[in-house]
Every structure is written in structure tokens, then in C-alpha cells.
Design a protein around this ligand. Structure first.
Ligand code: CA
Length: 436
């Protein structure tokens, strides 16, 4: 179901929300991503919304005035909750039925419905919140280019560890410090030790970095002890968002062995507010990354014809950076990198299947992230660690300032979008965070 193209993807569809028809908008009627918002000027509780052009369709209001009454009651009930977890728990049939109805509701058929003012709010007047209550968060390491770049910096003689081509490597992250886009990020303190020092010191991290990642939310979960087969994996994925895995490289270098990332990562993780459903991404599916011939084929539980043929996603991710000085001189943020999610070594289905292969249960609203999206080309590295070779080759900003790692006042903005001939471009909006 998630892979099939249907009438909701029709490139000729137009919406009565005029801004949704503008060329280059992230949120045309073919996208319909879900999020949670609150009106800035009221005390009304958070509500589920759908991004359409520069507006948000308020699902609570839609349900209250009967615009969703053809839908099953369980689905209507999920639409008036303050987060997406109940909708996610219903599974992909529900998301698909809702998308079908919303596409019909927002479609241009002559004139807009008379209730427009009641069900739409300008995005500029809304505070965009975390879309779900995230119980657990797991971060993978699915780009072989990122793994090799980072490995070379820390272990020049042995960059890629022997398990990499067999296992989608990951670690359990911290969900409590996942924050919505636009949340200010406080520079963390921690233990650091440079190789030439005999003992560690405690203080502010000086090597603060970002990681450009793609996240995916679990919809219906699995029971403890039950694994999810690779061809069913995407039935358990609600949709995708952008993730900035803020990373303190000096803290990380000292603490990461032998158990992996800990306080270098858990001080903050920023995610984008809108979740683009797998159904919306159907026109942008592509074959899995082509492994070099000498690489091992994945073990059978991580392989299938469907995954090989359509496991990849043609999604471009970009990172832009602006310093306080750039903003004061009204200079646009500088694009620092651009990479394609189709170049990831492991697919989202492989990551989810591997996660449950030991019987570990995933729950609705759990967040899995891909790990840094880096490609083989120059300009496609998704972290400053890689771009500046651990700070030894700083980048220059348009003001003449240089950056090895992030400085206070720097703002980091992630973008993501999908383009395919014959279909309307869809985008992910922004994932924004400023360092203080
Ligand atoms: Ca990461």
C-alpha cells in the first residue's frame, strides 16, 4: 500500500488553498504531512494539523464540524488527540484513509468550502511542537560514506569495522532531549581529554557539531518477542522527518569507548515538525543502494526483492548555516552540504527489521534515525567533523569568518525535498536550531 501511486499523487491536482499551488512550495496537496501545533495567541491545547501551502489544516476543527464523519470512529477519535501517537497506533490503513479524505477536502472543485476560516490557520501564527510523544529513540549509522569518513579520522589504519557491511549499526539514544525545531540549544559541558593531556578536564564543549539525518516514526508496533519481517517493515513506519543529532566531538572522543555515544549526544536532538508519510513518498522510491560487487550480500532476514527494488528513497537533504554576524548583515544562510538519502547503505526497512530481529518491541511514536547522511562527493558530508577533517580544514563564511566547529549564535537549518519527473515536488519544511 505504501508503495502504490494513487489519485492523491496526481500531479494535476490543485488546492483551493492558493499557496499550496505555488511552484516550489514544500507543502502542495500531494504532500499532506502531519504535525502538532498550537495557536500562538491562545491557550487552546495542542492539535493535530496537516501542512498545506503556508497554512495548517486543523484536524480537531475538521472533526468537530463533521468533515471527517465518513471515516471510522477510531480514526476520527485519533484526529482530535493532542499528539499523533493514537493515529500512528492504528497503522497504515488509517493514515491512508485519512490522506484520501484530506486530499478530497482540500482539492479545488470550484470554490473553497464556506468553513475555510474555521479549519485553516496561517502557519506563521502557529507554534509547531513535537509531533509525537517519543517513547524510545534509536540512532543508526547507515551511510557507509559517513562511517568511512569518521573511521578514517579516528582509526586511519582501520576505518570501517568488520561488522559494518553485515549489521545496520545503531545505538539507543535519549528521547527526553528530543526537541522541536526552533528550540534554542545550550552548549553542553562535559569531560574532555586531548591526546597530549594526561588527565581529563570538565568544561564547555569546544568542538560542537551537527549531524544531518533522516528520522522515521514507528506506526503500529510489535509485541515483545515478535520480529517484523523485511517485507512487512514499512507497514510499521508512519513517515519521515529531518533530524539534527547535535554532537559534542570532544566529549565523544573521550567517552565513546567501549560502549558508544552517551553524553556527547544526549544534550539535544532537533527534529522537523512535519512528518511526511510513506504514502506521500511513493513516487520517489528507488532501488536500494548498489553495493560494490566485492561486498557481502545482506543476510536473508535483511534482504527481499521488494527491498532491492523499492527500498531506497530519492530524498535530497541540505544543511545551511548562518552566524550571528551574517544575520546582522542580512546575509542569507550558507549552504554547507547537500546529500541524497538514496546513497545510504541500509534502507529504513532493513533498519527496522534488524531492530526487531531479536524480539525487541517497538511502540507507536518511537523514533528511529538513519545516522548522518553523507555521500561520496565533496560537498555531500553531513557533519562539520567530516567537512573540516576534525577541524583541520575550516570552512569560510561569506563574512570572512571561519568555522572548524560551531560557535555560539550559529544557526543550523536542515532542509529536505523530493523531486521526480512527472510528479509534484514535495518538501519537509525546516529543521532549525540556534546555539546559545
Ligand atoms: Ca548520529
Amino acid at each position: 500500500m505504501n508503495h502504490s501511486i494513487n489519485h492523491t499523487h496526481d500531479p494535476s491536482l490543485r488546492s483551493w488553498v492558493e499557496s499550496a499551488n505555488h511552484k516550489g512550495t514544500d507543502f502542495p496537496i500531494q504532500n499532506l504531512p502531519f504535525g502538532v501545533f498550537r495557536h500562538r495567541d491562545t491557550t487552546i491545547s495542542p492539535r493535530i494539523g496537516v501542512a498545506i501551502g503556508d497554512r495548517i489544516l486543523d484536524l480537531f476543527a475538521c472533526q468537530q464540524i463533521g468533515l471527517l464523519q465518513e471515516l471510522p470512529e477510531s480514526l476520527q477519535a485519533a484526529c482530535i488527540e493532542p499528539n499523533l501517537n493514537p493515529l500512528m497506533a492504528l497503522g497504515s490503513w488509517a493514515t491512508s484513509a485519512l490522506r484520501d479524505r484530506l486530499s478530497e477536502l482540500l482539492r479545488l472543485n470550484g470554490s473553497p468550502p464556506p468553513l475555510e476560516a474555521k479549519i485553516l490557520i496561517p502557519m506563521a501564527e502557529a507554534e509547531l511542537l513535537l509531533p509525537a510523544s517519543i517513547g524510545d529513540y534509536t540512532d543508526f549509522y547507515a551511510s557507509i560514506f559517513h562511517a568511512t569518513n569518521v573511521g578514517k579520522l579516528f582509526r586511519p589504519e582501520n576505518p570501517l569495522l568488520p561488522n559494518y557491511k553485515y549489521i545496520p549499526v545503531g545505538y539507543h539514544g535519549r528521547s527526553s532531549s528530543i526537541v522541536a525545531s526552533d528550540t534554542l540549544i545550550k552548549r553542553p559541558q562535559g569531560q574532555k581529554k586531548r591526546p597530549q593531556e594526561s588527565a581529563p578536564t570538565f568544561g564547555l564543549s569546544k568542538l560542537l557539531d551537527y549531524e544531518v539525518e533522516v528520522g522515521f516514526f514507528v506506526s503500529s508496533g510489535n509485541d515483545l518477542g515478535q520480529s517484523i519481517a523485511i517485507d512487512q517493515a514499512e507497514e510499521h513506519i508512519f513517515g519521515l522527518c529531518l533530524v539534527n543529532d547535535w554532537s559534542a566531538r570532544d566529549i565523544q572522543a573521550w567517552e565513546y569507548q567501549p560502549l558508544g555515544p552517551f553524553l556527547a549526544k544526549s544534550f539535544a536532538t532537533t527534529i522537523s515538525p512535519w512528518i511526511v508519510t510513506l504514502e506521500a513518498l511513493a513516487p520517489f522510491r528507488c532501488p536500494v543502494f548498489a553495493r560494490p560487487q566485492e561486498d557481502p550480500t545482506p543476510l536473508s532476514y535483511l534482504a527481499s526483492a521488494l527491498n532491492a527494488q523499492l527500498g531506497g528513497i530519492e530524498l535530497t537533504v541540505e544543511l545551511r548555516l548562518s552566524s550571528a554576524q551574517m544575520r546582522s548583515q542580512e546575509i542569507e544562510p550558507l549552504r554547507v552540504s547537500q546529500a541524497s538519502f538514496e546513497e545510504m547503505y541500509w534502507t529504513i526497512a532493513q533498519m527496522l527489521t534488524h531492530h526487531t530481529s531479536n524480539g525487541c518491541n517497538l511502540r507507536p511514536g518511537d523514533l528511529l534515525a538513519s545516522g548522518t547522511v553523507s555521500g561520496p562527493k565533496s560537498g555531500s558530508q553531513g557533519s562539520l567533523l567530516e567537512i573540516t577533517r576534525r577541524g583541520s580544514q575550516p570552512i569560510e563564511l561569506p563574512t570572512g569568518e571561519v568555522r572548524s566547529f560551531l560557535e555560539d549564535g550559529d544557526e543550523v537549518i536542515l532542509y529536505g525535498y523530493c523531486e521526480q519527473k512527472g510528479y509534484v515536488r514535495i518538501g519537509f519544511g525546516e529543521c532549525r536550531g540556534k546555539l546559545i
